[in-house]
Design a binder for this molecule. Sequence first.
Ligand code: G3H
Ligand code: 13P
Ligand code: ZN
Length: 323
Amino acid sequence: GLTNTKEMFAKAVEGGYAIPAYNFNNLEQMQAILQACVETKSPVILQVSSGARKYANATLLRNMARGAVEYVKELGCEIPIVLHLDHGDTFELCKDCIDNGFSSVMIDGSHHSYEENIALTKKVVEYAHAHGVTVEGELGVLAGVEDDVVAEESTYTRPEEVEDFVKRTGVDSLAISIGTSHGAHKFTPEQCTKNEDGVLVPPPLKFEILEEIEKRIPGFPIVLHGSSSVPMDQVEIINANGGDLKAAVGIPEEQLRKAAASAVCKINIDSDGRLAMTAAIRKTMNENPAEFDPRKYLGPARDSLKELYKHKNENVLGSAGKA
Ligand code: G3H
Ligand code: 13P
Ligand code: ZN
């Protein structure tokens, strides 16, 4: 069956790698994630956002994830699979997921006051733990759009709060803000420098904050949201085939490798998958204008997505071979 994150995170912190947390909204994304993780023998966290529930229907998504456990057996490798609620914003939403087979939930109280965040998170933890479900909390606010809440500037996690937060809430993992953000436009061109090839290079993540956090809660599982790298080759394919993505900048993979080697044990990636699918679909449609069978463009999109995830597991997160 599905597992919670307890043992998975303990091993990842100990082993200096991170578990991939990939979002899914449809069948092709689910297939790509599972095929990639089976082929690289990686544990995986399947993430469902409230947007995904609205788009695809909660019942269908949940049953797809249950089917995932059987599907990986058919593929020949029983990798550990977590079904996780991404950015839960209320107790009720978390409870609904816990009551309906999720093995892990995030309660994102980061936009509330510190005390309100603690109270909400603690309430979710109590209910979740009574049902064998693990909980991710968040301290600090990511820049950009976090669900419906828009944070103009990122408020980095305050290391002096983490120990108290973790103790008082009982959370199993903590998402932090050290300079990542959601989406394909993580930094404005003004925030970046240009390298010799004219490529925008973003400012580095605040590793000094991460170190300070690790000192205060040694070995505690840390989560990084907003960790897409926004590969330029994919952006170029999109733009060469009728797309219009300007100033797309992500987190360089080197920085994620460094984070994965630390107590960061879950890395969330969604936007890179969106880019890979869009690039493959645009290119296929552009090159085959008479084609109208969705499988003919969703198939290549799924293949491209699978290659992306294998690359992340093998070369960025270090989760390959850890299942
Ligand atoms: O945190 C954001 C994730 O990429 C999910 O995005 O809310 O559009 O499904 P979404
Ligand atoms: P990206 O937008 O960088 O892929 O982040 C995804 C995420 O944090 C999901 O919770
Ligand atoms: Zn996120």
